[in-house]
Ligand binder design. Structure first.
Ligand SMILES: Cc1ncc(COP(=O)(O)O)c(C=O)c1O
Length: 479
């Protein structure tokens, strides 16, 4: 099904190293280096634009995750390749990449031109169009799935996947894992990375914690939340309640928890339990799909789910998502009986962007290039933190990895949401990340969001990043 590639030879374990005899480096951090900007020049374009934004957009952002604080929330002007520029004209090497979608580079000419050409002939027909067919054929070939339905976001993809799974099984409950994020609909906003440790209950009987006010409490009864990578808890739950469970939805690696990896056998264990109990396995590849390998996590980890959800990298930043999978499960969708759809599903902008993005991936060494640069970056960051005596874990894969700075050199290495929260030194991470942002390296201030790499990132960019990373660590430890 998949072409032979070197991707499954990449390191699958988290790169972890406890610094020996780590000094009280972390405690030494008290003052200003790496803190958010403390002065506001009211004449800066950013401040003027942000004031205008706040007047008409709640908190000045179109998605809550983008709100970094009154003075810190950025206003962007443009992007090109591996860089973005803010409205003050400052350039950043971009490792957020819009929370992951930009896999080739910002404004990648071939994709932009394909979309610009196609939309001259119309955008939305709400009928099958030729671009959609071409994109679907390419996506199925690359991802190793039988069929696909295009949607416009990851949220739509997981929402539809869960409905299809419920329709397929005639059951209503779903299992999701603590710290995994599957979009902003009510059925999955439970025990995501915003849940406080104290609210989650015990490991043996976890409490689903809503991620927002406004989520109907009756839905709590429809979701079972479990710790990631916990074989015993999952087995016990499925053994006791398998007949009520429609789907297990899982991120193949914890793309919303610093890229923490599945321990060996975790995904195949889920596959096996789903088979034994007639449960639909939904692999949420919104972050990993077309990012960690041409065939995403299914190829990388060698597991085949029943339904797979994609978005982000499949369109290099254009708004597109997909629900895909095995024919038997996809054909549960039925006009008038099992609903999946929307006015903009399969619109020309999104499917042409998808087809052009995947075409570049099929033709050029996108994944090899990103892997090589990402490995250098991971190893470089690992070395710097080591040299400065800071306990840490570099989790994930080169295209998408997390830097978890630890509190304690003797702490057990994290393998799920609960243990990451216990392990991580939030304050030190935050200071380092802000120092990076100030120096023109755009990472998310929150360590839970992985670093993402794009094809346009050069070796020189990696060198610059490592230099600035070392400077940031030095400055933060000095302050
Ligand atoms: C794994 C995963 N699933 C689903 C989503 C939701 O995607 P979207 O933001 O496109 O709705 C996200 C978003 O970050 C995600 O990381």
């Amino acid at each position: 099904m998949f072409q032979e590639t070197p991707f499954n030879e990449l390191p699958m374990e988290n790169l972890a190293k406890h610094a020996q005899g780590a000094p009280a480096a972390c405690e030494a951090v008290t003052a200003s280096a790496g803190t958010a900007p403390s002065t506001t020049d009211l004449h800066r374009p950013r401040d003027l634009w942000y004031a205008r934004a706040k007047a008409v957009i709640p908190w000045g952002v179109s998605s809550n995750f983008r709100y970094w604080g009154e003075r810190e929330t950025l206003v962007v002007q443009r992007g090109e390749g591996a860089y973005i520029w803010d409205v003050d004209g400052k350039r950043y090497i971009d490792y957020r990449l819009g929370f992951g979608p930009i896999i080739l580079g910002h404004a990648y000419p071939e994709v932009v031109q394909a979309v610009a050409r196609a939309i001259q002939d119309g955008v939305t027909f709400a009928m099958t169009n030729v671009y959609e067919v071409q994109a679907a054929e390419r996506l199925c070939r690359m991802a190793g799935v039988d069929m696909v339905r295009f949607v416009n976001s990851g949220t739509e993809a997981t929402m539809h996947a869960i409905r299809v799974a419920r329709a397929h099984t005639g059951r209503e409950r779903i299992v999701k894992f603590e710290g995994c994020y599957h979009g902003s609909h009510d059925h999955v906003m439970w025990s995501t990375a915003s849940a406080p440790l104290g609210a989650l209950g015990s490991r043996r009987s976890p409490i689903p914690v809503p991620s927002s006010s406004g989520i109907p409490s009756v839905l709590r009864d429809k979701v079972i939340t479990l710790p990631y990578n916990d074989f015993e808890m999952l087995e016990r739950t499925v053994r006791d309640r398998g007949h009520e469970i429609a789907a297990i939805i899982v991120e193949p690696m914890m793309g919303n928890m610093a890229g923490l990896m599945p321990v060996k056998g975790w995904l195949t264990f889920i596959r096996q339990l789903c088979d034994e109990h007639g449960i639909v396995m939904i692999l949420d590849e919104v972050k990993t799909g077309f990012r960690i390998a041409p065939g995403g996590a299914q190829q990388f980890f060698g597991v085949q789910a029943d339904l797979v959800t994609y978005a982000k990298a499949m369109g290099n930043g254009f708004p597109v998502g997909a629900l895909a999978g095995k024919r038997e499960f996809m054909m549960t969708i039925e006009p008038g009986a099992v609903g999946v759809g929307g006015t903009y599903c399969g619109n020309v902008v999104s499917v042409v962007a998808c087809d052009a993005t995947l075409r570049v991936m099929e033709r050029e060494p996108v994944f090899e290039t990103i892997s090589q640069r990402g490995m250098r970056l991971m190893a470089g960051i690992h070395g710097i933190l080591d040299r400065h005596g800071i306990p840490h874990v570099i989790a994930g894969v080169p295209a998408m990895f997390g830097v978890i700075v630890g509190t304690d050199a003797d702490a057990a290495l994290p393998r799920d949401y609960r243990s990451v929260l216990r392990y991580a030194n939030d304050d030190l991470s935050h200071r380092i990340n802000w120092a990076l942002i100030h120096s023109g390296i755009m990472v998310d201030p929150d360590y839970q969001e992985p670093w993402f790499l794009c094809y346009a990132l050069s070796d020189a960019d990696v060198d610059e990043t490592l230099e600035k990373f070392e400077d940031a660590v030095r400055a933060v430890l000095r302050s």
